[in-house]
Design a protein. Structure first.
Length: 270
């Protein structure tokens, strides 16, 4: 597997965060667009498998194929840059500022959304034969997901919002672990294995991923699901983005950086 020691791959995380800050806007946008589109296709793939087999676990086991493809191709998800770019700031890399980080996040958000929405439109056409018939079983299932994971949270008010936020945190704990997994090996097979495991966990547990949701919920709206654009933004996307940010940083980025780069002095015994 050609495994790298934690101190080595955490340094790679910081380097990656710095490189994303300095990346040209055009390149950041293209990479984010393709990442959103590929992850959206993987979500369609997983939902299709779940509907056809009646076994959500099978869909969850195969969903990571999209994540692996996009990271092997060097594309960027919002959930990944949430974790990597702040590490470059904490490490005091030259030119890495809060303003630059926020700009990068904004570019990646727009690119991811555009890519995911493109696939949502294309798949809505496929599911309805160009909007000439009712959605097929997969399209209907996507609509149900949209309703249950917006109106379902809204029904419980503040408790629902808290649940949504925590599901977003737990999601990026796993997804950012997958991002790190791509850095712990120098072989393709090693990278894929390390990425696959945490991504499968997040998808099967139905944690909330901001980029996957950029496909699922607009797709549901296009297919006639019974929730509104504001329901999607307030009762899913915005809290999910915040949860993804906090969870990825708290459970993955800061913990790894603190214990493997800014390591505390070793104990002495007199």
């Amino acid at each position: 597997m050609a495994y790298l020691a934690p101190s080595e791959f955490v340094t790679k995380m910081v380097d990656a965060g710095e490189s994303k800050i300095y990346m040209a806007t055009r390149d950041a946008l293209i990479r984010a667009y393709m990442a959103g589109a590929i992850l959206a296709l993987a979500a369609v793939f997983a939902v299709t498998i779940s509907v056809q087999t009646g076994q959500p676990l099978v869909g969850a086991m195969l969903f990571p194929v999209g994540f692996c493809i996009l990271y092997l191709l060097g594309f960027d998800l919002l959930t990944g840059v949430f974790v990597l770019t702040p590490l470059a700031y904490l490490d005091k890399r030259p030119g890495v500022t809060i303003k630059a980080i926020l700009k990068n996040w904004g570019i990646v958000f727009l690119g991811n959304f555009a890519g995911a929405f493109t696939v949502a439109v294309l798949m809505a056409i496929v599911f309805t034969y160009g909007f000439s018939v009712e959605p097929n079983k997969v399209g209907h299932a996507i609509g149900v997901i949209g309703e249950s994971r917006t109106l379902g949270y809204k029904e419980y008010g503040a408790a629902g919002m808290l649940t949504l936020f925590i599901r977003g945190m737990l999601c990026n704990w796993m997804v950012s672990t997958g991002v790190v997994g791509a850095m712990i090996s120098t072989t393709v097979s090693g990278k894929v294995i390390a990425m696959w495991m945490p991504i499968m966990v997040f998808f099967y547990m139905t944690f909330e991923h901001s980029v996957v949701n950029m496909f699922l919920f607009p797709s549901g709206l296009l297919l006639g699901a019974k929730f509104s654009l504001m329901d999607y933004l307030i009762w899913n996307e915005i809290p999910t983005v915040l949860g993804n940010l906090i969870g990825g940083l708290m459970f993955t980025g800061l913990t790894l950086y603190t214990t493997h780069v800014k390591t505390a002095p070793k104990r002495t015994f007199n």
